[in-house]
Design a protein around this ligand. Structure first.
Ligand code: GLU
Length: 470
């Protein structure tokens, strides 16, 4: 087979969430894993519900997660002339026809079928057949265009996720592929969803359609249109739904957050990619992997058949593993951004890398890391409870003395450690008495990583001032 070409084709009708973007992940990954081409297509033909804001969230989310398209974004609304051209050709070749049945007639037909306990379907009144005479064209009715769907037999495909799927052609009536323009003028109206998808998949030479299984019912219709236009269908992989924590289909209506919110909450792109990858695909028991490993392993043979359930605690855990393995130079600018979001100003010479190194192991997100580092860039406000518990009369003299000692040492962790030890022995105190008091005053909390290392990353003056403030 030639070059793999995949696409992600979101509709910008709501803010894209993790469930949606998982389809983008697999389509992108399959293209990358096979040296193929990944196309981004924005399906914006639902003009009423599509918004520029939603487009922006899609593009930003894709950029953040590193799903860079090789082609696109292409917008369907910019391809109308092309769709109309194909519609004309189909009309000319007898692959489609104009149907003048009015909405009232369609409703009446549906009513009769329901009463006869039949499945509602178009009855073919305007379908041209050899030897059949069509009704006279009514005046003043703008026609829809219907696809002349094959009669009898069936249509089937081997889905990469679901196995063989077959639909009887009798279940598929003649689909409307264009509606009259709102003003009713012009020979060709507005093409409909299933039709645009097919023209695009053909024009973009898509070889693998990887998408949500809410599209399974569209696939037989799309295959028929594709074949009528002289093309063989691509390979389909219909991904099971992503459920939210309550077991409902993940959706904005059910409280799903936009993808960009995870970025803002301090998740790492690689952590999210890792988590989403596992939410519908597996590589043995591997839970934590890098993007490069994932691309090396990914294929369509190990996509899961059952719905994945989103679990934020698991996402946090996966992200925490990535926090540990991400190098400090990569974390530093992300944490800097979070610190600024917390309203803190960083001096131009702020050196975040050693701080990331010291604290990242205990953080699930860059936001948590920034919350730790905020002690270096803003005031701290120890709780009254911590002050009463740790900054006691028994340690107060030692704290002043420590400030004096630390004003004269070389400012690094070993020397600070020496200074603390000298103070302990001078006052007959133990580390667990003095250290929490120092932490509460300087760091604003009673627990931190190794005290000497934490203190060494402050400016000396800050430490002295905080020790002396009580
Ligand atoms: N625009 C469709 C959606 O957002 C996807 C269409 C497709 O992948 O074929 O659900």
């Amino acid at each position: 087979m030639g070059t793999v070409r995949t696409r992600f084709a979101p509709s910008p009708t709501g803010f894209i969430h993790l469930g949606n973007i998982r389809s983008a992940l697999y389509a992108w990954a399959y293209a990358r894993a096979t040296g193929g081409v990944f196309v981004l297509r924005i399906e914006d033909t639902d003009v009423e519900r599509s918004t520029q804001e939603a487009v922006d969230v899609i593009l930003e989310s894709m950029r953040w997660l590193g799903f860079d398209p090789d082609e696109g974004p292409l917008f369907q609304m910019q391809r109308m002339a092309r769709y109309r051209q194909v519609l004309e050709e189909m009309l000319e070749q007898g692959l489609a026809y104009r149907c003048y049945m009015s909405t009232a007639e369609l409703d009446a037909l549906r009513e009769r079928q329901m009463q006869a306990r039949q499945k509602p379907r178009y009855d073919g009144t305007w379908r041209p057949e050899a030897g059949k005479s069509l009704p006279p064209v009514p005046a003043g009715v703008a026609p829809v265009i219907r696809f002349k769907s094959p009669v009898g037999g069936s249509v089937a495909w081997d889905d990469k996720v679901k196995g063989r799927i077959e639909f009887s052609n009798d279940e598929l009536d003649d689909l409307v592929i264009a509606r009259p323009a709102a003003d009713g003028v012009g020979p060709i109206g507005i093409p409909t969803y299933n039709f645009c998808v097919v023209v695009d998949d053909i024009d973009m030479a898509i070889t693998h359609v990887i998408r949500g299984d809410d599209h399974v019912n569209n696939t037989p219709r799309q295959i028929h249109i594709l074949r009528s236009l002289g093309h063989e269908p691509p390979i389909y992989a219909h991904l099971p739904t992503v459920l939210n924590e309550r077991g409902e289909k993940m959706s904005k209506r059910h409280g799903a957050k936009p993808v960009t919110q995870y970025r803002d909450e301090g998740f790492l792109a690689d952590g999210v990619v890792n988590y989403l990858a596992r939410l519908g695909w597996s590589h043995g028991d591997d839970e934590i992997f890098s993007r490069a490993q994932f691309l090396q392993w990914f294929n369509l043979d190990h996509l899961g058949k059952s719905a994945g359930q989103f679990d934020e605690a698991k996402l946090r855990w996966v992200n925490a593993q990535h926090m540990k393995s991400t190098d400090d130079a990569t974390l530093a600018p992300l944490v800097g951004e979070q610190l600024r979001r917390l309203g803190l100003q960083l001096p131009a010479d702020a050196s975040l890398e050693p701080m990331c190194a010291l604290f990242k192991d205990r953080c699930a997100t860059t936001l948590e890391l920034a919350q730790w580092l905020s002690m270096y860039f803003g005031e701290v406000s120890p709780s009254g409870e911590d002050q009463r518990a740790y900054v006691t009369d028994a340690v107060r003299p030692a704290l002043s003395s420590l400030a004096v000692t630390l004003s004269g040492v070389v400012w690094d962790a070993p020397a600070i450690q020496q200074g603390i030890k000298a103070t302990l022995s001078g006052y007959g105190l133990k580390m667990p008495q003095l250290a929490p008091a120092v932490r509460v005053l300087v760091c604003g909390r009673a627990q931190t990583p190794s005290l000497d290392a934490v203190l060494a990353l402050f400016a000396r003056e800050t430490v002295l001032a905080r020790l002396r403030a009580y």
